[in-house]
Ligand binder design. Structure first.
Ligand code: ZN
Length: 265
């Protein structure tokens, strides 16, 4: 599932491949991915344009066009980008594709038809529509304290709530709580100031490390839980057994020995 680190990598990928090339044609294979507009209208607005720069907020990628509009991109559960030239390299599950005059193609690939693309005048249109909180990686410690102020939910649900802070989903909330040695069901308002500050630091470290590892769990440090997210897997810290836990309807993973329920300092 693309969370903040994956989308940060998509951003780097798009920046490295697809900027400043005139879009000759746009193919919409799955009209459902186009939000708030008829697909043919989106196509008409994009043909002849170029992608000029990109910006990210949480799990949303925004691509600035040379006419001042923005393409807002959400990757759903399984979306990714694939840049290629030769027809025999065309990936499976292309939902939408940009054909550049250079002969290259940028494909939006998604085995499951979720995720959305919208044309907006400003990223704020989406941020306001979805009431997105501050970006989890760019938020300052002051932003963090403001975001958490008055919240009473479980710490895992709080981290995953895009309206409180944007970018973290099921997988990275598990990793952050594992690294912070906090039980996923601890109430956020019972954490002391020191623990809250520690959680902020761990969150930033985990997100930065994941991006540095190109969001590839195979490259994550041996001390990370993510490559071992399955019931009964060995905890890399205590060698105990990783367990599944339901939090707000989502199945997360944690180590009961390392992440005990406790009231903290
Ligand atoms: Zn453990």
């Amino acid at each position: 599932v693309p969370e903040l680190p994956e989308v940060a990598i998509f951003k780097q990928y798009l920046d490295a491949t697809s900027l400043h090339q005139v879009i000759a044609a746009v193919q919409v294979h799955s009209p459902r991915v186009v939000e708030e507009m008829q697909p043919q209208e989106l196509v008409a607005q994009l043909e002849g344009r170029t992608f000029e720069s990109t910006w990210r907020r949480g799990k949303h990628l925004f691509v600035a066009l040379d006419d001042g509009n923005w393409l807002a991109w959400h990757f759903g559960m399984t979306g990714q980008l694939k840049y290629y030239k030769l027809a025999d390299k065309e990936p499976d599950y292309v939902q939408m594709q940009f054909d550049f005059v250079t002969g290259y193609h940028l494909a939006y690939v998604m085995p499951r038809k979720l995720g959305q693309i919208a044309l907006v005048e400003d990223p704020d249109d989406i941020i306001e529509r979805k009431n997105l909180g501050p970006d989890a990686l760019r938020m300052s410690y002051t932003d963090w304290n403001e975001a958490l102020s008055g919240r009473r939910g479980m710490v895992k649900s709080t981290l995953m709530n895009q309206q409180i802070l944007a970018g973290i989903g099921n997988i990275y909330s598990d990793e952050i709580l594992y690294q912070a040695r906090l039980h996923p069901r601890i109430k956020i308002n019972t954490l002391g100031a020191k623990t809250t500050e520690q959680l902020y630091k761990v969150m930033q470290e985990v997100l930065a490390k994941a991006i540095e590892c190109r969001a590839d769990p195979g490259r994550y440090p041996d001390s990370y839980l993510t490559p071992r997210r399955q019931e009964g897997a060995a905890c890399p810290h205590c060698n105990g057994k990783v367990q599944r836990i339901k939090v707000s309807g989502r199945s997360g993973y944690f180590c009961p020995q390392c992440q005990k329920t406790r009231t903290s300092a």
